[in-house]
Design a protein around this ligand. Structure first.
Ligand code: ADP
Ligand code: MG
Length: 301
């Protein structure tokens, strides 16, 4: 059948069939995490299972405290798990590794090193000679559009530029998967939109798989192939949503039917309709024009 005769539904089904045919780069099986605190045990994550396929971009969304950062920290090997298994390329994760690159919301650059030196740091630590590491840094800085700032210090850069350096620094190690925890959360709206498009450009040009945490629904739909919706207390997978918005993505799609339908679907998951509320007599919360799943000050990493 030629592409011209396919319905949008067929095209969508084929797109996801192609994604699921690819090998899983990340596999999370029955993951659980409890924290013992003074006031009892917190079930931060319970029985979380999903796969991310090669070159897939999966976003994780959910209310503040649902375990998003805990999940990504376990995947990065920075936190232990209580039960279940995490596999990267089929191998169990037992600590941090070069197969996983991390980008956090907070700027994680070394302030005393130049941009180039920040990017060279990883390759030098893994034994590459200085001149090789420098060549690698230059190549990745070019990819993120910062060649002209190689000798600048982080404090001389804007927030968006610093996050581009953080991305270059994660990618220079050629990880199998890029783990991003609200990386654009501290940026102003305009810079954030630019960074989203920039990330899609990078992703398109590389063999890289991305797991991206956000509390911004529009950001998730704009970026993702699929969206993992988490619910809180305990942190469990509520649904894994296939995003029907075609690629390549553009900001013009924000008003498209597919975009709006996906948004409405996920909003209903996170804020169920009032008639299903267990306390119908309660005053409804004032309508908000902006969906925000995280408190404004929830940027502590
Ligand atoms: P999110 O990133 O979705 O906002 P977190 O992963 O930061 O959520 O937190 C999930 C839950 O686990 C929260 O209830 C939080 O208070 C708790 N938590 C996270 N880290 C710790 C810790 N080190 N010790 C105790 N509780 C923690
Ligand atoms: Mg968090």
């Amino acid at each position: 059948m030629s592409a011209a005769t396919l319905t949008p539904e067929d095209e969508l089904a084929q797109r996801f069939a192609r994604i699921y045919e690819r090998e899983p780069i990340l596999e999370v099986r029955g993951l659980g995490k409890q924290f013992a605190t003074g006031s009892g045990v917190i079930d931060a994550l319970r029985d979380v299972s999903f796969k991310v396929h090669r070159r897939e971009l999966v976003c994780v969304i959910g209310p503040s405290g649902c375990g998003k950062s805990t999940l990504i920290r376990i995947l990065a090997g920075l936190e232990t798990l209580s039960s279940g298994q995490v596999l990267v390329d089929g191998q169990p994760v037992s600590g941090p590794g070069r197969d996983r690159g991390m980008v956090f919301q907070g700027y994680s650059l070394f302030p005393w090193l130049t941009v180039k030196r920040n990017v060279m740091f990883g390759p030098e630590m893994s034994g590459h000679p200085h001149n090789v590491a420098e060549g690698m840094a230059r190549q990745w800085l070019e990819l993120v559009g910062l060649s002209d700032f190689a000798d600048a210090y982080p404090h001389q850069l804007s927030g968006g530029m610093r996050q581009r350096v953080a991305i270059a620094r994660a990618l220079v190690n050629e990880p199998r998967i890029l783990l991003m925890d609200e990386p654009f959360g501290a940026l102003d709206a305009q810079t954030r939109a630019k960074m989203q498009s920039h990330l899609l450009d990078i992703w398109k040009n590389l063999d890289i798989t991305v797991l991206f945490i956000t509390h911004d629904l529009d950001e998730a739909i704009y970026l993702a192939d699929r969206i993992l919706v988490l619910k809180a207390h305990p942190g469990e997978v509520q649904e894994i949503v296939e995003v029907p918005v075609p690629r390549p993505r553009s900001p013009a799609q924000f008003s498209s039917e597919a975009f709006r339908a996906t948004r409405a679907h996920i909003e209903a998951l996170i804020h169920p309709p009032v008639e299903h509320s267990p306390e119908p007599e309660e005053e409804p919360a004032p309508a908000s024009t902006m969906i925000r799943f995280t408190a404004v000050d929830d940027n502590v990493e």
